[in-house]
Design a protein around this ligand. Structure first.
Ligand SMILES: NC(=O)c1ccc[n+]([C@@H]2O[C@H](COP(=O)([O-])OP(=O)(O)OC[C@H]3O[C@@H](n4cnc5c(N)ncnc54)[C@H](OP(=O)(O)O)[C@@H]3O)[C@@H](O)[C@H]2O)c1
Length: 261
């Protein structure tokens, strides 16, 4: 039996890291998963693992940047209790400045890609009957603790995560009125391919499964913002509250992640 109340869950970026862990942790007999990613082979690996845990799984190879295909996929999925806009990319400045093409790519995936997932999901949920908890559906947006710190080593990444965190939290207030909930998920460091090339210490580094369980427990508890681990969240809020010139002076001492090609 599932640890969570959702019978139908859609997850983007399920072919790796946190998305795969969210899919596996959600898996149980009676649960239907709609999973997407760009890499067909890795996506199928996730699907096979989830089926072995008892879930029914449908996969779609699609980029979150393709608004039309995303809307089509979400519209034909049927009832959706929980949609997790997880797909994301990162990239740093290395020893130089952030490449322009990287900044554009990061916003296209982490911001427009989240809108391409969440907006059609919200419209579909508005037409669904409420569940036993009076909620028609939930949309969780995977932001980051990076949302709270304008780190000079990853300008577009931090800004894209701040944008989706603010958007989801603000929208939750109005969407609640029609029975739809939004959740801004703000994890600290997770051991995934995304963090494999980080050239700095990662305090509180979690496994993808630990992060997935924290995420789903926070959503199940109905929290608008799910930020963890707590000590790193407090540190991010303190750093984020410093005058920007002080923060930049401090954070320039930390080696930046290299740009991603
Ligand atoms: N790792 C961390 O420390 C950390 C911390 C806070 C937040 N996060 C966030 O957690 C989410 C998952 O990251 P992760 O650490 O699990 O990274 P990951 O292992 O690199 O996985 C990223 C996932 O996003 C998918 N993706 C990327 N671009 C896509 C696109 N255009 N269309 C569809 N799918 C796309 C990838 O699919 P393909 O491989 O199939 O292309 C992959 O499944 C991201 O939003 C990330 O910003 C991560």
């Amino acid at each position: 039996m599932s640890d969570y109340p959702w019978k139908s869950v859609l997850i983007t970026g399920a072919s790796s890291g946190l998305g795969r862990a969210l899919a596996e942790v959600s898996s149980a007999p009676g649960v239907t998963l709609h999973l997407s990613g760009r890499d067909a082979a890795r996506l199928e690996d996730t699907a096979t693992a989830c089926r072995a845990l008892g879930a029914s799984v449908a996969t779609r190879v699609v980029s979150v940047t393709d608004a039309e295909s995303m809307a089509d996929w979400i519209a034909q999925a049927g009832r959706l209790d929980l949609v997790i806009a997880n797909a994301g990319i990162s990239g740093g400045t290395g020893d130089a400045v952030e490449p322009a093409a990287q900044a554009v790519r990061v916003f296209a995936t982490n911001l427009t890609g989240v809108l391409n997932t969440a907006l059609p999901a919200i419209e579909a949920m508005a037409a669904q009957a409420p569940g036993p908890d009076e909620v028609r559906g939930r949309v969780a947006v995977i932001s980051s603790l990076a949302a709270f710190v304008a780190a000079p080593g990853a300008p577009a990444y931090c800004a894209s995560k701040a944008a989706v965190q603010r958007w989801a939290e603000a929208l939750d207030a109005s969407e609640r009125k029609r029975g739809i909930r939004l959740h801004a998920i703000c994890p600290g460091f997770i051991r995934t391919p995304m963090t494999a090339s980080n050239p700095f210490a990662m305090p509180g580094l979690m496994t993808p499964e630990q992060a997935a369980r924290r995420t789903l427990a926070g959503i199940a508890a109905g929290r608008v913002r799910v930020a963890y681990p707590r000590p790193l969240y407090v540190m991010a809020r303190l750093l984020g509250g410093l005058p920007p010139a002080w923060r930049n002076a401090m954070m320039r001492q930390v080696p930046a992640k290299p740009p991603q090609s």
